[in-house]
Structures are given as C-alpha cells and as structure tokens.
Design a protein around this ligand. Structure first.
Ligand code: IVH
Length: 683
C-alpha cells in the first residue's frame, strides 16, 4: 500500500482558511439574497470569493461540492411563483388617434359622463408620460419592500422580487412615515443608453442582440436567476397605487405622485396638471417634441382626471377606468419591405450593410434606410432581400432592422455576402480573424473614407466648420477639388461658387467659417483628426497632459501611458498614428495652412481648477448655457461631466424640464444646483 502522507502544517492552514472563507461567503450571501440586509460591500465580497477560488484552483483537494464557488449565486428559482393581486391591475383605454383629436375626444367623453355643460369650467387632468416597459406592483409593508409582482392577467401576476431587488432606483425602504401597507404601481423599463450599451456589448462578441428596451426589460424581470438582471440595468417610475391600508390618500393624482416621490420612489418630472382640452393638447404636443430626446422610450402620454372624487364619480367601464386614457404617439417599430442591401464605408473603413427600404413612417419620421449592423447579425436574423422586416427608430439612434416577419418567400433568394472589395475604391476588404467587421484597406485613398474623415473634421464638436456638410463634401471629393483635409483651407470663394447650386454668398460664408476654424483648442484639433480610439474625452485628456501638439507628436508609448485614463490600446493608436509619414504630413500641411491649435493648459498650468476631481451631471435645459457650453466650462475648471447619476456624482446641474437624472439625484442625496450656482462654483 502506498503510504499516504499526512498534511503539512501549511496545507492544514490553507484548509482552515478555505473553510473559514466558505462560511463567511455563505453567511454574506444569505444576508444579501435572502434577508436583503447586506453587511459587506460587493467589492469586499468579491475579494473573499476570489481568495477562495485561488486556494481551490491551487489545491483541488480542498474543493468541496457545497463551496460557494461551485454554485450560481443569486436566487435561482425553479419557476416564478404566482401572486394574487389584492387590487386587480387594470389597463386603460387607448386613444389611437395620434393627433390632438385623441385628447379632444377624451375630454369630451369625461365632460359628458360628468354631465358638464358647455359653459362649465374645464376639468383638471394629471398628464403623464406613458412609459414603454412593463407594469409592476411593489408591496411595501411598514415601509419595507416585501414583494414585487408582474401584472400577469391582472388578477394574478408573478413574483419577481429577486430581480426587482437588483434595480437600484427602487427603494427597499420608504422614506418618512410609511403606512402599514402601501402597494405602489409603476413601470419597469430600460433606458436607451443601457439598451444600446448592452446590444453593443453583445454585438462585439458576435452574440444575439435584443430587439428593443421593452422586450429586454420584460425578459430580464422574469429571469429565474437574478444574476441575469444584475448586468441588464433596469429603471422604474411610479404612477399609481394598489392595495393601501392605514394611509389617507391624497385628494388628487398629482398630489399622489408628489407623495410617492416624497417616499423616495422615482416619479418622472415630466408631468403637469392640465386644464381641459387645451391643456391636454399642449402637453401632448410638448411631449411629442421632447420624445426623441428622452433617455427612455415612451409610446404615448396618459391623462388622468386629477380629482380622486371625480374619478370615483366616473368609475369603471367593465375593466377600464373611465377617468384615464392612453394617448399614443406614432409607433417606433414598423414593418416594411427590404428592397435591397448596400454596403456603406465609414470613416475608419468599416463596411456596414445598409437596408434600402420601402419608405415607412416610424417613430415620427419617414425612414428609407436602416442599418443591418454586420453580416453575422444579418445571418442570425435571417434577413434577405424581399423580406418583410421590422424597423425600429427611437430617439437619435440610427434606424435599424431588428428582425424579419416570419413567412414564406416567393422563391429562392440567395444569402447576402459581404463584398471582398470596397464598393467605393475597390481596395481589398478584409476581416480580422475571428472579428466581425469588414474593413476597406484603402485608407485615405478611399474617397468614402476621405469624405467621412472630412465630415468628422468639420463637425460641430471638432473644427466646427459651419456649412461644410455631406452634400458639399460629396461634391468636393467627387470633383477632385479637395483631396485631403489641408486642401479644405485652399478653397477660395471662386472655386466654391463655381460648384453646382452654390451662391456667391454661401461660398463666402464657407470661406469665413474655414478661416474662423483656424484657432481650435488642442483638444478639438486632436479629436478632429479622427485618430482611432480618440474620442472627445481622450482628446481633452491628451491635450491637458501634453499641452502642445509638438510634445504629443513626439511622445513615446510609455509617455502616453502616463496620461490618466489612457491605456495600452489608446496609447498604441496615438503612437501609430503619428508614426505614419502621411499622417504627419497632413498635420504639417494643416499647420502650414494657418491652423494653430491653442496651446493647452498642460501640467505646468497654474490656472485655478475649482472643480478638480469633481463629477457633475447635466440635466434639463439651462437658462443661458447650452449643454456643450456648460460641459466646456466644467471641464475647463478641471471637472468631469458624466451622463448618469451615481453615488460618485458630486453635483447634478438641473435646468428646465429636468427628468430622471434629477429624481435619481434626489434619491441618492446628490446635491442639485442650478446654472447660477454652477457659475458661482466656477468663479
Ligand atoms: S395608469 C388604472 N400611468 O400602460 C390605470 N399606466 O394600460 C392603470 N403605463 O399596463 C395604468 N405609463 O403599465 C398608467 N403613467 C402611466 C403609465 C401607465 C405606462 C402602462 C401600464 C399599463 C399600460 C396601460
């Protein structure tokens, strides 16, 4: 028999440590997931978890089947559990007339049912957004969140408490004097930026993407494993009540929303008490204009008779309240026919398949082109020419083909193939091994890339050359008048005025705009060059660090890596760019043409930086500053501008019609200031 060696003292010590870690991790997982009372920050938990993993990896004998490293953390349920709603979750009548007629019809109906005469005063309504997500009932008992359930069939929903607990915006405990029972109803939704980021992440990995934020939110909330919900950030807005015990209800819907906000629940700010038809029509109009700029999808607005007493008088018509209506906007998804597929060349040579469509009215505009993203995504969606396809257009996002409508094809249609040559310059088109994107290898010799590079250079946040838009760039490049960026500065009034459809006056304006663009900040200049990986923020970081173009152009990879927030990929990109003779030539010619980037602050800068180390978030419309101006001012003072509010945010600068960011700031206790206070901070 082989002698079994007894464990060394070191091994005994490790075994004890592993056992202690397992006990600790199990204890904290129980506190977190079951008792909902975490006692350890996530990062600390992760540290312990990784220590245990490391021990087990090095000493497999110490691995036990019940180790927390071996099971899926989070409540994994065999099935969602049914929940009976104490108060049924009803839906509302939908007014499908998307013009103001919808508002007029509703007000007329309410007045008739209330027996009001023509001369009687207008009815007050609370006008709200109709969030495009899914309805949720949150049950609070003595101020503590005890259960969250979906709507289901209105009578019985499903218990999704485990996933709702991953939504940071939903308080687990209400603020103030909470009643014994308060059921809050509202919408769980996914913000557009979260949705885009999620899809972008999936797309870059070549994985299946989601169709729209609503489906993603609905799918996520019904997951059995709450870990799935954790990396798909959801949001919530409250808009109503379910079962309530021991609370004197506010007399109006607007008062109710104020009360819910005071309990710490997210309530959207874009709401108003609207008086009569005129008030409803104005709200419908105002929201229609704001719709694309909102950070989340809405599919309409909701009008509710404001007075609770009048609501009771009106009552219900079978399953729907007579006192509320949903007034829709044009849908953000539509079906149309895919006529053909073109390939577009981007600034960096990326080839993108673009769908040419039978024009369709979607999300408020007519769309005839939509992106198909990449060949792999197309294949996965099974889209072919002639198919009926679903187009989505929401906000400022480029319209996209999200899928095909199932159905037979009339005949055989071959699968689309990416061209092996650039459709514009015929250079070879290649794809990195295992990569997803095809690229034209033509570089600046490719007119398409040149055009895109020029448009980027002239862009508002780059050199800001007004009047130099796609039509003009197209003409200039196609006619061979301008071959490269420096060539733009050789344009004279005569040459421009000789172009088709170009008046002398417009030609002069462009020449003036070019002249005006010659003194950019170093950051803008860097950004305008279109160096891969260099967005506005990185350009600013580089400008601040190096101070002059000369120093930056001479920087080694090591020196570039010293810039805060610059990693190896960015450093390599900048270094490679300036190492190429033709890029250096472009820069030199731009300087020779009179472009003079303003030397930037640099390290030796001793200007005061009152906002150094501070993160600010802008929301709403400021009285005098535009978004960009406020951003520039904050950054010049050393501050950072972020797009979302977190505990790390120092100030939220709120203007007119500030939305969810303001709610979030209040919820997290982040200081909210106005433009005047911001100016005071900068002074
Ligand atoms: S009130 C009894 N207000 O739209 C009234 N609903 O049928 C109950 N929705 O499934 C609904 N935003 O999920 C109300 N501000 C809002 C809403 C809203 C979105 C959803 C809700 C419901 C559907 C209406």
């Amino acid at each position: 028999m082989a002698p079994t060696s007894s464990p060394t003292p070191e091994e005994t010590q490790l075994a004890e440590r592993a056992a202690a870690l397992r006990a600790q991790l199990n204890h904290h997982a129980h506190l977190y997931y079951v008792l909902d009372a975490p006692a350890l920050p996530d990062a600390e938990y992760d540290k312990l978890f990784q220590e245990l993993q490391a021990i087990e990896a090095a000493h497999p004998a110490l691995l036990t089947p019940d180790s927390p490293t071996q099971r899926v953390i989070g409540a994994v349920l065999p099935d969602l559990i049914p929940v009976h709603h104490v108060v049924p979750m009803l839906s509302i009548t939908t007014e499908t007339d998307t013009t103001e007629g919808g508002a007029i019809a509703f007000d007329a109906r309410v007045r008739r049912e209330l027996g009001l005469k023509e001369g009687d005063p207008p009815v007050d309504y609370n006008a709200e957004l109709k969030f495009d997500g899914l309805a949720i009932n949150l049950r609070y008992e003595n101020g503590k969140l005890v259960q969250a359930a979906t709507r289901g069939d209105g009578e019985t929903g499903e218990d999704v408490t485990h996933n709702v607990r991953t939504i940071g915006e939903i308080p687990r405990r209400l603020k103030g004097d909470a009643p014994p029972v308060l059921e809050v109803r509202g919408e769980v939704y996914m913000r557009r930026d979260a949705f885009e980021a999620l899809n972008e992440r999936l797309r870059s990995k070549g994985e299946k993407t989601f169709v729209n934020p609503r489906n993603t939110a609905a799918g996520t909330i019904r997951q059995l494993d709450s870990r799935q919900a954790r990396d798909k950030p959801l949001s919530f807005y409250a808009y109503g009540l379910g079962d309530v015990q021991g609370w004197a209800l506010p007399a109006t819907q607007s008062g109710l929303l104020d009360a819910l906000a005071a309990f710490g629940l997210p309530v959207n700010e874009m709401r108003t008490v609207a008086s009569g038809t005129a008030g409803l029509v104005a709200f419908h109009q105002r929201v229609a204009e704001a719709r694309d700029g909102l950070p989340f999808d809405i599919d309409g607005v909701v009008y509710k008779v404001n007075s609770r007493e009048l609501q009771q008088t009106l009552g219900f018509k079978t399953r729907e309240p007579r006192w509320a209506v949903a007034h829709k906007y044009p849908a953000q998804e539509q079906v149309t026919t895919l006529l053909s597929i073109d390939v577009q060349v981007g600034r960096t040579g990326k080839l993108t398949p673009v769908a040419r469509l039978d024009p369709v009215f979607v999300g408020g505009t007519t769309v005839s082109n939509a992106t198909l993203h990449n060949i792999f995504e197309m294949r996965r969606k099974g889209v072919r020419v002639g198919d009926k396809v679903i187009i989505r257009r929401a906000g400022d996002v480029i319209p996209e083909v999200v899928g095909r409508v199932p159905g037979a094809r009339a005949g055989y249609v071959p699968n689309f193939r990416m061209p092996r040559a650039c459709p514009i310059c015929k250079s070879e088109a290649t794809r990195e091994k295992g990569g997803i994107e095809y690229r034209c290898t033509g570089g600046v010799f490719c007119p398409a890339q040149r055009k895109q590079a020029m448009l980027h250079f002239a862009g508002r946040r780059a050199m800001d050359i007004e009047g130099l838009g796609d039509k003009l760039v197209e003409q200039l490049v196609d006619a061979g008048i301008v071959q490269s960026l420096p060539g733009l500065y050789k344009l004279g009034v005569a040459k421009l005025a000789a172009l088709d459809r170009m008046a002398e006056k417009s030609a002069q304006n462009i020449v003036d705009a070019l002249e005006k663009s010659k003194a950019p900040t170093l950051a803008r200049f860097l950004f305008s060059l279109g160096i891969r990986q260099i967005g506005e923020t990185t350009a600013k970081d580089l400008a601040r660090h190096f101070g002059t173009l000369d120093k930056l152009m001479k920087a080694s990879v090591e020196q570039l890596l010293e810039v805060p927030d610059v990693g190896p990929i960015v450093a390599a990109s900048v270094h490679t760019f300036f190492a190429q003779p033709h890029n250096r030539e472009v820069v030199e010619q731009l300087l020779a043409a009179g472009v003079q980037p303003k030397e930037s602050a640099g390290e030796a800068d001793d200007r005061p930086r009152p906002l150094l180390g501070k993160t600010l978030v802008l929301t709403g419309t400021l009285p005098t500053w535009s978004r960009d101006e406020a951003k520039d001012a904050i950054e010049a003072a050393g501050g950072k501008v972020s797009s979302s509010v977190s505990k790390k945010t120092h100030y939220v600068v709120a203007g007119e019609e500030a939305g969810s960011k303001l709610d979030k700031a209040r919820e997290l206790g982040v200081e909210v200031i106005d433009e005047a206070a911001l100016r005071a901070l900068l002074a």
